[in-house]
Ligand binder design. Structure first.
Ligand SMILES: Nc1ncnc2c1ncn2[C@@H]1O[C@H](COP(=O)(O)OP(=O)(O)OP(=O)(O)O)[C@@H](O)[C@H]1O
Ligand SMILES: [Mg+2]
Length: 464
């Protein structure tokens, strides 16, 4: 295991890591996207900050501090998976989300649960590589400019001692440089040698979720090991720049060092989100046919959550200090239906609250990715400004809540249906040749449009 960078090593750039923020600020970051659910946010903030705290602790105790693994429990559509999605973007740490049900599906029998750790490593390599590449980008760009100039103005065989000729060449080169940087040569073509990548691309390696293709990974791995023959090809300047830049970046970023750092980050900062964990609790579910024994899946998971060594193509990874956050609705099962050893490794249980009508109002408007903002952007793309009156928002929230209450409670997912029903015709009719340049959705519009699609007479009465 590699040690964290010592303070006198070349200063790493400040990382926008969630774990470097005090817990209150971590909650603040989550608040930008997720309404309510204070208890869940708090537990997650503490668990994440504890990673950083552990990193500061004296060696002797550091390895004894185990992660505060969490189970999020709550009804459908209240933000469990959404919290995970946001964490993934904000964490700055290696993060993967897996669905526990994937391990029990027929056809994926015995999907190797260690695959999640391998995915985590692939992700970490991509993360570290991107960071390193960003650091050396200016250097790579400068090199590429010189290489492009060499290609545009090849050395001539004229007498190298001819001072006048040399002066003229330098003047032309500077003129070309100005034009090149101005984009004035973007239509010109140059001939370049393209060397296929000599280290694996983690994105290309990742099998579609739920599918492991060890044979094909092995083939890829072999391909990576074989020496590559460069190919010559003509490319326009912007294209050539991209290709050469890639090459320079690869030469400037040390792969061994990247791998070491990535493995260290996985071991000490990695987060695995196990969604739908309720679906593997209990021995057999209703109508369970040929599916894999749930307890069997739990037993497979146990060593990874408890801490074990997993072999990846980049080296061994210890999972002792990886943070696991699990989530499930637990409609038909309880956390206590999980095998005791697994329960023991998830000491923190947090219940997420059912969402209220008032929460719906906030969800529609407040998050940075709020649905109203999304639709305003979609309609705006057609040159039409879309506005929602305050009453229309209240009406959408009321009707969504009503529909959940009377039909099936699908939580905030109902808002997606309400919103897409409400705006379906608008989105179909636009663009209309500039006739509609602004649209105001008010309470009456919401009632009218939604009532017309409701089958249930009783519900329609409540809407209107
Ligand atoms: N608290 C919330 N704040 C903002 N948006 C929310 C919240 N809860 C749910 N949403 C919205 O509802 C959608 C569904 O929520 P999410 O995927 O988190 O459900 P879930 O709790 O994982 O439910 P399930 O148990 O069915 O998987 C999200 O994509 C998000 O748009
Ligand atoms: Mg979910």
């Amino acid at each position: 295991m590699t040690e964290p960078l010592s303070p006198d090593a070349e200063a790493p750039p400040p990382l926008p890591w969630l774990e470097e923020l005090p817990p209150r600020q971590i909650v603040g970051e989550l608040d930008r996207y997720i309404v309510g659910q204070a208890a869940a946010k708090k537990a997650i903030a503490i668990a994440i900050r504890n990673r950083w705290r552990r990193g500061q602790a004296p060696d002797a105790i550091r390895n004894e501090i185990t992660p505060s693994n969490i189970i999020l429990i709550g009804p459908t559509g209240v933000g469990k998976t959404e919290i995970a999605r946001r964490l993934a973007r904000l964490a700055g740490a290696p993060f993967v989300k897996v669905e526990a049900t994937k391990f029990t599906e027929v056809g994926y029998v015995g999907r190797d649960v260690e695959a999640m750790i391998r995915d985590l490593v692939d992700m970490a390599i991509g993360l570290v590589r991107t960071e390193r590449e960003e650091e050396v980008l200016p250097q790579a760009e400068a090199k590429v400019t010189e290489r492009l100039l060499d290609l545009l103005l090849p050395e001539s065989d004229a007498d190298p001692d001819d001072a006048e000729l040399k002066g003229r060449r330098e003047a032309s080169r500077e003129k070309l440089r100005a034009m090149l940087l101005d984009g004035k040569l973007d239509d010109k073509e140059v001939e370049i040698e393209v060397i296929p990548p000599n280290y694996p691309n983690p994105d290309a390696m990742r099998a579609p979720e739920g599918m492991d293709a060890p044979e094909s990974s092995f083939a890829d791995w072999l391909m990576d090991m074989l020496p590559k023959k460069p190919k010559r090809r003509l490319a326009k300047i912007p294209d050539a720049r991209r290709i050469l830049e890639d090459e320079e970046l690869r030469a400037l970023v040390d792969m061994d060092d990247t791998v070491n750092e990535a493995l260290d980050r996985v071991e000490n900062h990695g987060i695995v989100f196990i969604d739908e964990i309720d679906k593997i609790a209990g021995e057999k579910g209703p109508g369970a046919g040929p599916d894999v024994s749930r307890a069997g899946v739990q037993r497979d998971l146990l060593p990874i959550v408890e801490g074990s060594t997993v072999q990846t193509r980049y080296g061994y990874v210890r999972t002792d200090h990886i943070l696991f956050v699990a989530a499930g609705a637990f409609h038909n099962t309880k956390p206590s239906d999980l095998i005791p050893e697994l329960q023991g490794r998830f000491p923190i249980r947090v219940e997420l609250e059912p969402l209220t009508e008032a929460d719906f109002v906030r969800i529609l408007t407040e998050p940075e990715n709020a649905l109203t903002k999304q639709y305003i952007a979609l309609v705006g793309a057609e040159g039409c400004t879309l506005e929602f009156s305050a009453e229309s928002i209240n009406e959408m929230a009321r009707i969504a809540w009503l529909a959940n209450d009377r039909m099936e409670n699908i939580g905030a997912r109902r808002l997606h249906t309400v919103m897409s029903t409400l705006l379906e015709d608008t989105l179909f009719d636009l663009p209309d040749g500039g006739k509609t340049t602004s649209l105001l959705i008010d309470g009456a519009t919401v009632r009218e449009r939604l009532a017309s699609v409701v089958q249930d007479d009783d519900l329609r009465k409540y809407i209107l």
